[in-house]
Design a protein around this ligand. Sequence first.
Ligand SMILES: [Cu+2]
Length: 613
Amino acid sequence: MILQPIDYVVYAWLAIAVLSAVYVAFDQFRHNPEATVMKWGFVLVTLYTGPFGMLLYVFADKEPAPNTHEAFVAPLWKQAVGSTVHCVAGDATGIIAAAAVTALLGLPMWADLLVEYAAGFLCGLLIFQSLFMRQMMGGTYAENVRRSFVPELVSMNMMMAGMAPVMIALMMGRDMRAMWPGEPLFWFVMSIGVTVGFALAYPANLWLVSRRLNHGLMTVRKDRSPAHHHEAHAMHESPGAPGALPLVTRAQIAAVIAFTLLVLIAGLSVPAAFFNLRLSSESVGRSIMPPGMIMTTTTPAEAMRDMAAVDPRDVSYRAAISERGDRTLAPRIENGVKVFDFESSVIQWSILPGKSVTAYAINHQVPGPRLDLVEGDHVRIRYTNHLPEPSTLHWHGLVVPNAMDGPAFITQRPIAPGETFTYDFVVRQSGTYFYHSHAQPDRQQALGLYGAIIVRPRDASAEVPADLEYVVQLQEWLNRDGLTYPAMLMEGGLPNYFTINGKAYPATDTLRMRVGQRIKFRFIGTNNNFIHPMHMHGGPFTIVARDGVTLAPAARFEADVINVGPGQRYDVVWPAREPGAWLLHCHIPHHTLNDNVEEHGGGGLMLLVIVAP
Ligand SMILES: [Cu+2]
């Protein structure tokens, strides 16, 4: 599934890598007079590095014409390519296998790196280096393990010095799907890492080959004994003769080992200054972080999961453009109790034609279903959580038994995915209220887990009269590159879409009334971050209730802007004085745009009231 634009590159790259490796395998085993261990080396390196491996094969090892391989592979730079190939084939195999296993085990990144180094070193030493050396030099396997130790150490240090920072920077950057081996992105990052590691290991191998500490390519003909390029050939004929001894002093070897160790330490410690290496694939999941989020060496995994995009692969329902939220839910009556069934899940929700968000929703709608109650109702809400994380619900403003209040870890254990919790209480107040998630509400409420509770007074005459009524539930959204993040006042978390009742203008409702009619707006601060100064064109409204409490007539007042802060409710009554199209909108102009674009005169927190004469 394509989640991010980079995924096109990832799939293309992995396909090219496999095709390149198939070509190299076919050509090596059918046509090229190379040693078997070296053939496998090229196949693996091409699988890991894609077109780079194929390029190296064609330019350094593929016999251009019959019986020319010996001369073709003789130049030092090609021998160094061969040397790097059998080093990287072993090292990278060990590193990649270790990376996959440590990720599956959920080890922190710093431990991953140590295990990867050890696995890469051992795989390189015990398999490709030693087998190749043996083919080149003869002798026992043990002798060749000993002979391979220095070249392997030098190569591996450089390989890991190149690979580690690339892995850390790409895996622990914005898109941490790269930490999980089940994701194609993981293998893409490995491929880029091996390619960079190869580039750093190459100069080291050039030196090793030039000093006769390591060997590169060779030619093996079916009808003849192995014939090597001139240097190796000389060595093979007289191992132990002075001419075959490495052209190097102990001090030089020590200096090179020390240098490569310094490069390795730099490769591991420089990224440690920028990334939190205590994170693991398990702790951050496969989170994709919002662009612009500040992540430092101390940012914990919980903070990342909190701000991460909703995984579109968790979507279990796709709402049509025409579907509206805030639909009144009819209760089942059981022994006089009004019973409501709530079920949360991840849905795709359309806020505008052509613009969907991935939302947390109750009963497949944003806002969640409206509870239309009467003062004195005994209600029971059976909340089944099908979100990928624990959840609870809080009944904002209502007096309920403490155990029914909802704050996670304060009054109840959060409801685990798949579990049901039943909220049971008697509604003792009347007015405008709402419910919302109280388990990580900065994430869950911001993703759509809220809904209106309208309680009529038992004495209907206590209701401030109006001809029409409209509930206004505000919300901020952050959606980029098709992914939805919980909008929050954190770097990288600022919203770019704004909705009234789950829709952004021009997809918001258009209200119709006649001159002389009065409409009651019930503003609900279901918004998580901003105070929205809600403004009505065409003259003031009267504020008649605040936070569910009806104001005494003397306390009511006229205004044409009311600041709706998070959690607040205001009931206002607006008389239609003049015919025409009158706007209700937030007075922060940025909140009346859709991703900073104006459509039909606005966007976001805006709706039209059409008043007929
Ligand atoms: Cu606003």
